[in-house]
Ligand binder design. Structure first.
Ligand code: MN
Length: 350
């Protein structure tokens, strides 16, 4: 610790941001979830945690909102290689299921339903693993963040927090609504995370979605008919800004006002403009700029509301691409900003 110099480039040590803190002494613990089983379009996000760890050693630790931000004790839960290996094996089965469905098959065909069962069970096991790890950390008054992996991975953490807090709100930044019911037969699909959260977790008082721009009729109906969901779609946001009706500040104030006191941030990297995450699983034109996302997160942290947990998902470095480092770089910077703001919001609300 005496040797740590926040002005140097970080020396890779296997920890996020190359920070020197142990998990025991940390106030925030990051759990890696290298899981990529149900992504439908382009895979690769299982590589993200390791690649974000690598890229994060290049992130400067100065933060405009937190003095001496490098002193925030951010710890790294030991990387669990077994998750990565199991994910790779299940991914092959998932690809067979997806191909079968694309060729007109159904989920109830016997060869398929067996594979589906296996995947749904394994997803549950992962959810429980994260739930148990995070539970221990919250008992020690630590906050947990998850680095995905596909967007199904935070379910266990959100479930835990929905039991811990009477009214939990979710700030969900994403290109997709993720409100599909068991997409392609996968009960814990990346495209179903918020459907599962809304239907299976208690005490979720509000889901506030920002940047969504690619969703189906049934999801639009669910949003329209649920008083728990507020959606600030990409169309709505850009219309308000282009017409001069609203400023980004006034939209961010509204978004934050819609949330209760305790807030979980679920950040799908594809909520950002795809130039910032060119290799993500399902990139969609449009989306938030990096600065808009920053401003929104800062507005939340300074509002007096408390960030109680978070995830950053769907970062998808792709070794075959020549710009793949950029995805991990963006992911690392978003993750660091959320860590800093989590710290800030918890000091403020004390
Ligand atoms: Mn998502």
């Amino acid at each position: 610790m005496e040797k740590f110099n926040p002005n140097d480039t970080g020396l890779p040590n296997g920890n996020y941001f190359a920070l020197p803190y142990t998990v025991d002494e940390s106030e925030i613990v990051l759990i890696s979830a290298p899981w990529d089983v149900t992504t439908s379009y382009r895979s690769g996000t299982a590589n993200a945690p390791i690649r974000i760890i690598e890229a994060s050693s290049q992130v400067d630790l100065y933060d405009v909102d937190v003095k001496d931000a490098w002193k925030i004790k951010i710890g790294t839960h030991p990387y669990n290689e077994e998750i990565f290996i199991e994910s790779a094996e299940l991914r092959k089965k998932a690809e067979k299921i997806i191909a079968h469905l694309e060729n007109g098959g159904t989920v109830s065909d016997p060869s398929i339903s067996n594979k589906l069962n296996l995947i749904n069970k394994a997803s549950e096991k992962l959810n429980n693993w994260i739930y148990d790890r995070a539970k221990k950390y919250y008992e020690e008054n630590k906050i947990t963040g998850i680095a995905g992996g596909e967007h199904s991975v935070p379910f266990g953490l959100i479930k835990l927090l929905s039991e811990k807090y009477d009214n939990l709100g979710i700030l969900h930044i994403d290109a997709h609504a993720d409100l599909r019911r068991a997409y392609e037969g996968f009960e814990y699909s990346h495209a179903s995370i918020m459907y599962n959260v809304i239907t299976k977790c208690k005490n979720i008082s509000k889901l506030v979605q920002v940047g969504i721009r690619d969703f189906c009729e049934a999801e639009a109906e669910l949003i329209a008919n649920s008083d728990k969901i507020s959606a600030y779609t990409d169309f709505y946001i850009s219309e308000q800004l282009f017409s001069g009706e609203r400023t980004w500040k006034s939209l961010c104030d509204n978004i934050v006002n819609d949330l209760p006191e305790n807030v979980y941030i679920s950040f799908d990297i594809d909520g950002l403009s795809p130039e910032l995450c060119p290799n993500t699983g399902t990139p969609v034109p449009g989306g938030l700029s990096f600065q808009q996302a920053h401003y929104l997160l800062r507005t939340l942290a300074k509002s007096g509301k408390r960030i109680v947990g978070f995830d950053v998902c769907e970062v998808a470095p792709n070794p075959d691409s020549d710009n793949d480092e950029y995805d991990a770089n963006t992911g690392a910077r978003i993750l660091y900003k959320i860590c800093c703001l989590t710290h800030l919001s918890n000091i403020k609300s004390k």
